[in-house]
Write a protein that binds this ligand. Structure first.
Ligand SMILES: Cc1ncc(COP(=O)(O)O)c(C=O)c1O
Length: 400
């Protein structure tokens, strides 16, 4: 009998999460309440950040972060093309514009040298635009941290604020420091495929009291009194004041209940992802048809959100191998994905800024060769072996 299709990703929801949701539903409090507060406190403690602000997506966290830092119309924000559109779309929500700098070949993370080159070019050719560059948004691609020492130093030299997109990076370290404690704000995702999930959800961490207060205000309509507080303080329940045109980004208690259960298993779930990554790395070592993920420095924690293989093309023109490989994997019952189609080739970003594929050659080249393998806690060792065998057979079929 044929084996069932192995999906690219699956969430790992345990009995404590299910019990937590049932309890939240039975409590009658199904919007934001004490479980959301508890989740924020537990998350802040796990990361070692002063504040954690729970929201309904990482996109919301990124938006609130840039808004709280004062990014507005006419400003510029530097980020990477090798990301999901959410990283950049929030810049447009605020009427600001995106500047892209290319990534490092080895890690697909924002290249500090490319950021420096972009800033130097603006200084020489367009000082008015340089003046408007307000923030830098590094993305810890696949769960491997950017070089935050180098990027933070550049930001400090140029007076830029730093918002880290840590959608892939829980838990993760850079230079021994936990991601979530380095930049002005760090945004995490609890989307279904992430290390921990709340279905949809996100968290912004910061050590800055004023930034945290602004994000809390703006996540719920700019109301200066959160709903839960209205039911627990001695002021009349019906009273609140609107002090800004805020958003509707709050995380619900049933979602927070899932998050609390998941957070308790966060490190164990990362460890399982790493064990799978190690099996893949061992299995594919020495295969000259592949480029494996960049080695992790011994003292660093890699979240292993993604395991990205790059196919070595048989000739510079042979870029169709990756697509054929994905078809071969699918024929063997294995789900795969591609991370990422770079921002600058998507119609919106391409047309807005007149980008050409070669403008960010490293991102463009990596995209055309990359394929992401399944890596998640519910995979059995047998599943990992199935993927390993399918990779070898698919490579033979494509390159043979
Ligand atoms: C790098 C990156 N940033 C941001 C996001 C957005 O996360 P969310 O779906 O929680 O808004 C994603 C989603 O997968 C992502 O991959």
């Amino acid at each position: 009998m044929d084996k069932p299709f192995l999906p690219f990703a699956l969430p790992d929801i345990g009995e404590p999460e299910i019990a937590g949701v049932v309890e939240a539903l039975r409590s009658g409090w199904v919007t934001t309440g004490k479980r959301a507060l508890e989740f924020e406190a537990a998350f802040a403690a796990r990361i070692g950040a002063r504040h954690a602000v729970a929201v309904n997506s990482c996109t919301a966290a990124l938006h609130l972060a840039l808004e709280a830092l004062g990014v507005g119309p006419g400003d510029r924000v530097i980020t990477t093309p090798y990301t999901f559109t959410a990283t950049a779309e929030v810049v447009r929500y605020l009427g600001a514009d995106v500047l892209l700098a290319d990534v490092e070949e080895a890690t697909s993370n924002l290249d500090p040298a490319a950021v420096e080159a972009l800033l130097a070019r603006l200084a020489a050719e367009d000082p008015a635009t340089l003046e408007r560059v307000k923030a830098l948004v590094p993305v810890h691609f696949a769960g491997q941290a950017c070089d935050m020492d180098a990027l933070s130093a550049i930001a400090a030299r140029h007076g830029l604020r730093v918002v880290e997109d840590a959608a892939h990076a829980l838990p993760c370290t850079s230079g021994g420091r936990t991601i979530g404690t380095i930049g002005d704000v760090t945004a995490f995702s609890f989307y279904a495929t992430k290390t921990i999930t709340t279905g949809e959800g996100g968290m912004a961490t910061t050590d800055d009291d004023a930034i945290a207060a602004r994000m809390r205000l703006m996540r719920l309509h700019g109301i200066n009194r959160e709903v839960w507080d209205r039911y627990t303080s001695d002021k009349p329940q019906w009273y609140y004041e609107v002090v800004a045109p805020g958003f509707k980004y709050n995380l619900t208690d049933p979602a927070a209940a899932i998050g609390l259960g998941q957070l308790a298993r966060c490190d164990a779930m990362r460890d399982r992802r790493e064990a799978i990554a190690r099996r893949y790395l061992d299995a594919f070592a020495g295969d000259d048809r592949l480029v494996l993920p960049h080695p992790v420095r011994p003292a660093e924690v890699h979240a292993w959100h993604l395991f990205v293989l790059r196919l070595v093309p048989r000739s510079p023109a042979a870029t169709a191998d990756r697509d054929a490989f994905i078809r071969e994997m699918s024929a063997r019952g294995i789900g795969t994905s591609v991370h990422f189609i770079p921002l600058h080739v998507h119609p919106f970003w391409r047309d807005r800024y007149g980008f050409r594929p070669e403008d960010f050659p490293v991102a463009w080249r990596s995209y055309r060769r990359s394929v992401s393998l399944p890596i998640y806690t519910r995979m059995t060792d047998g599943d990992v072996e199935r993927v390993r065998d399918a990779v070898r057979e698919s490579l033979d079929a494509v390159t043979g």
